[in-house]
Design a binder for this molecule. Structure first.
Ligand code: ZN
Length: 335
């Protein structure tokens, strides 16, 4: 049985409105959709509602300066979590995070992902009083926003392999040890086990997916780096964003990266495929509205981009996809 470490968390169905009604004074940082779902049941209305939109440091600092000094509640996706975490940390106010989709682990990581000059930087140190996970909110979201939630867990499969590879090549800056891969195997075994529940959106499947995110968030803080969950699959994802000038849902983009890289790392591609299939995560280019051309161009640019960007050493820097046929690349995702 998988046991997670990390933030104080509470799970349940339809628990969100009740919680807010008993919270006392609070401000709400949110998006329109999740708030519309629950606001009719919230009698204790927030003192202030802030729409999460911008993630520049200047905007967030101004916001933190202006809000009343009461409990901060973040309700929504990644940007609502990151905004609420920043306001809480800057003002030293109590914090509750209520994720409305299981797509990213922003509710379980301590730093906020800020957008500065087109790039992402991580800063801050948020410790929420509580992370409240309401399964009904997840089930109200579009299906693909739920099933994409496996991406950043799946990433541990390829990222650990990269880390081990870097160690073998004498290019490991974080001190990989032979015990470490077991952690990635434990994550993957648990994910394989709960994947059908993620697809069916059962309480059990959703809770176990969030427990994986919780443990990964905790581990990032413990280890002081994310080498174990960020490797060639993410470097492919960043390259895709660079090449196409756009992005798609992070979890789905990373899933494409894991399928591709696990195959060319020689790292249990079939196991990954099985998890993706069982979780119902979208992976066919057509379903993701990614053109074959965009995908191939991104895959073939990954090696040079990763070297230029000075990413951590990984298979992304050693696999020369210009020597691989279109068919061999495409069959990783179009099955
Ligand atoms: Zn990620």
């Amino acid at each position: 049985m998988f046991k997670a470490n990390g933030s104080n968390v509470k799970y349940g169905s339809n628990i969100c409105a009740d919680y807010l009604n008993n919270l006392g004074e609070y401000i709400l940082i949110t998006h329109k959709e999740p708030w519309d779902l629950i606001k009719a049941d919230v009698s204790n209305q927030p003192k202030l509602i802030v729409e999460a939109k911008e993630l520049s440091k200047k905007y967030l600092d101004d916001l933190a300066h202006d809000v009343p000094g009461v409990h901060v509640v973040g309700l929504g996706g990644g940007s609502a979590m990151d905004t609420a975490k920043w306001v809480h940390w800057r003002r030293d106010l109590p914090l509750t995070l209520i994720p409305s989709i299981p797509s990213v682990d922003a509710c379980f990581t301590r730093m906020s992902a800020l957008r500065e000059q087109g790039g992402v930087i991580y800063d801050g140190d948020a410790i929420p009083d509580l992370v409240l996970v309401d399964f009904e909110l997840f089930r109200s979201a579009p299906t693909s926003m739920v099933t994409s939630g496996i991406g950043d867990v799946l990433a541990c499969h390829t990222a650990w392999f990269d880390w081990q590879f870097a160690h073998q090549q004498g290019k490991d800056e974080f001190g990989w040890t032979p015990e470490d891969p077991q952690i990635s195997h434990r994550y993957l075994a648990e994910l394989a086990d709960c994947a059908p529940g993620v697809k069916a959106q059962t309480d059990d499947g959703l809770r176990r997916l969030m427990e994986l995110h919780r443990d990964i968030g905790w581990r990032c803080h413990e280890m002081k780096h994310a080498r174990f969950e960020e490797g060639s699959e993410h470097f492919f994802a960043y390259t895709f964003e660079e090449v196409t000038g756009r992005t798609i849902a992070h979890g789905e983009l990373v899933t494409l990266g894991v399928l591709l890289m696990s195959k060319f790392q020689g790292n249990n591609f079939e196991d990954v495929q099985e998890i993706v299939k069982n979780a119902g995560t979208r992976h066919r280019l057509e379903d993701l509205k990614v053109s074959v051309q965009e995908f191939l161009a991104s895959v073939r640019r990954t090696q040079s981009f990763s070297i230029e960007q000075n990413h951590w050493f990984s298979y992304a820097q050693t696999i020369d996809f210009s020597k691989v046929s279109d068919e061999a690349i495409l069959e990783c995702v179009n099955w």
